[in-house]
Design a protein. Sequence first.
Length: 115
Amino acid sequence: QVQLVESGGGLVQPGGSLRLSCAVSGFTLEYYAIGWFRQAPGKKRELVASITPGATSDYVDSVRGRFSVSRDNARNMVYLQMNSLKFEDTAVYYCATVYSGNWIWGQGTQVTVSL
């Protein structure tokens, strides 16, 4: 069964850091790109970071320079390091991949940036 499970969310003050983890199972991670998405209340889900099988990463402008995505294929893990967090980073964060032509999503992890 193809599965992605996020963890590491929580409450953090502005300027703080969090590292999200995405544990994958049911497929061979090294062959797949992974995306990190987020959805804030009342807003559309947006792609914030992605990493290719070759570990090339890309970021939406609003997080570039603050977020960093990485992967550990041996551990079947993908990470999103988030630094200098801002109020507007508050959202549910999801990791996802396309498997056999279908998007497979994790359940999400809540990140709240607040005083």
